[in-house]
Design a binder for this molecule. Structure first.
Ligand code: GTP
Length: 197
């Protein structure tokens, strides 16, 4: 009897630890499916799944939200001059710095290549631009050391505030246009989109 109950106890412990492992594997798998390995940011697929949800919530609650489109300047020359692994290391540093910048409810995504998107909640237009300027300056100071070379790149940021009539397409388009202007005006700058209904 004693042996049987000891066996049962051990079986229940094994079963419990198996369930815990399955659960933690499931969480890890979900985190991997939604994140970019290199930068630790959320990935492009998650961006297009999540953005409509964010838009609906903000429009329902009348809470302000800003979309930052951020692109590293002349990143191709890092790869061309120093090699792809050095470019990867710079992307990794960018990802870590962006993580440190985001507040609890903000979201950071790598959309691909050297392009990131950030969703910033509950800011005014002025504080959003100030935050973007701060982030731009921090990112521009990051550097990768390779063969005694300090390699760094500035970035450009386009910002669009969420409007009542926005959907994913229109919000993204305005932020993209602002980014394009930042690049066109010489890079290493922040441009806020004008509201164009
Ligand atoms: N190292 C590395 N490079 C990547 C990755 N994904 C994309 N790239 C490179 O990123 C570069 C992007 O170059 P472009 O689109 O010309 O942009 P850019 O040189 O930053 O120029 P501007 O955006 O106009 O300032 C290309 O050389 C891609 O090969 C990656 O995961 N790792």
């Amino acid at each position: 009897m004693l042996i049987a109950s000891a066996g049962l106890w051990r079986w229940s412990q094994d079963y419990r630890s198996l369930l815990l492992r399955i659960n933690s594997d499931r969480l890890e798998w979900r985190a991997r499916a939604s994140h970019d390995d290199l930068t630790g940011q959320l990935n492009r697929r998650y961006f297009f799944d999540e953005l409509p949800v964010q838009i609906k919530q903000h429009q329902h609650d009348f809470r302000p939200a800003f979309l930052f489109m951020l692109d590293i300047d002349h990143f191709k020359t890092v790869n061309d001059n120093y090699g792809h692994p050095v470019g990867d290391r710079l992307l990794e540093l960018y990802g870590k710095e962006i993580n440190g910048f985001l507040r609890k409810d903000d979201l950071g995504f790598r959309l691909g290549g050297e392009e990131f998107a950030l969703v910033i909640h509950d800011a005014s237009a002025l504080t959003a631009v100030e935050a973007a300027e701060r982030l731009k300056n921090q990112l521009g100071q990051l550097s990768v050391v390779d063969n005694h070379n300090n390699i760094s790149r500035t970035c450009s940021i386009g910002i669009a505030e969420l409007q009542r009539a926005d959907d994913v397409h229109s919000w993204l388009k305005r932020a993209d246009q602002a980014l394009y202007r930042a690049k066109d005006q010489g890079r290493n700058q922040v441009v806020m989109s004008d509201y164009a209904p």
